[in-house]
Design a protein around this ligand. Structure first.
Ligand code: PYC
Length: 310
């Protein structure tokens, strides 16, 4: 199995170029459902230790069903499929450029949640024009064990997010353990209170916001991902959910650039245009770098060839 690894603003992506399972034909959503139901062992073997780790997201490169698209991508993490992933899409853009499959310009990419636009600016810089993002609920309060009442918005940016405007903890690398514990507790409290995304969807990402460190930035975040790792980048879908909330509050104008810092200080440049269904169409610009090219080896004698959870 051939993979290419990259990182986008510090967050790793592993693109499976060859050797993935045959998912048959159909829409990307149908093929993604097949991957999740029938090939979870493959996903685990790609991402779990000893080959991967919990912060890594994979993109399985597949043929698009829409002939206008340059490729199809099915994203997954160590737990489940992801509908969309901003950092992995920027990582995929850098990977496709590295392979010579795309050149600077506009490209369409098919994902399980719809077609997104990729703009390759140079070999390492790309923008993703994401799916329409929107806020479902504003100022939802939940009692969090050991932390009192926490209030946030529920929004969609290609994944479901609970966004807390004023983090009770400083968003610093030194605080990553307590920030992780706090966001895990918030997520558990949301689950216990039956607070979900649309149609009962699990809110699997929790995002805390605070003041930026750089004068040129507008905000800083910490994002808990589904498997319990934190996003090293400012999170493309989380940034999209943030833009949806800013727009819904009338706090940020279409076309204006918002610089979002991650907890490690890496940045995305964000902007939006109004969507057709009352939400926003976000654009997320970031940088990705290819870090390795490898063939994964599955030795039948290796008891951990399919990965393990630690
Ligand atoms: O960039 O959308 C994103 C993302 C989701 C989870 C990790 N990164």
């Amino acid at each position: 199995m051939r993979v290419i690894d990259s990182h986008t603003a510090g967050e790793p992506t592993r693109v499976v170029i060859d050797g993935g399972p045959d998912l048959g034909s159909g829409s990307l959503a149908e093929r993604a459902a097949r991957l999740e139901a029938e090939h979870r062992g493959f996903c685990d073997s790609v991402l779990l230790e000893p080959r991967g780790h919990d912060a890594m997201i994979a993109a399985l490169l597949v043929a698009p069903s829409d002939p206008d698209c340059v490729a199809g991508a099915i994203y997954f993490n160590t737990l489940q499929n992801l509908g969309m992933c901003g950092h992995a899409t920027i990582g995929l853009a850098a990977t496709l450029a590295y392979l010579g499959r795309i050149t600077p310009g506009r490209h369409k990419l098919e994902t399980p949640v719809g077609v997104v636009e990729l703009v390759l600016h140079d070999a390492n810089t790309a923008s993703v024009v994401n799916v329409e993002s929107y806020r479902l609920r504003k100022s939802v309060s939940v009692k969090v064990e050991g932390h009192g009442t926490v209030t946030g918005d529920v929004a969609w940016g290609g994944n479901w997010f609970f966004l807390v405007r004023n983090s009770p903890l400083a968003l610093t690398v030194d605080n990553i353990r307590p920030l992780t514990d706090l966001t895990l507790a918030i997520r558990a409290a949301l689950e216990a209170a039956g607070i979900t995304g649309a149609d009962g969807a699990w809110i699997d990402h929790v995002e805390l916001f605070g003041p930026p460190e750089a004068e040129s930035a507008q905000g800083r975040n910490f994002v808990l991902c589904p498997g319990g790792a934190y996003d090293r980048s400012p999170c493309g879908t989380g940034s999209s959910a943030k833009l949806a909330c800013l727009a819904a509050d009338g706090a940020w104008q279409p076309g204006a650039e918002w610089i979002q810092e991650s907890v490690i200080g890496s940045t995305y440049a964000l902007s939006y245009r109004p969507g057709e269904q009352g939400g926003v169409i976000p654009t997320v610009r970031g940088q990705a770098f290819v870090t390795s090219e490898a063939n994964l080896i599955f030795d039948p004698a290796d008891p951990y060839r399919m990965g393990f959870r630690s």
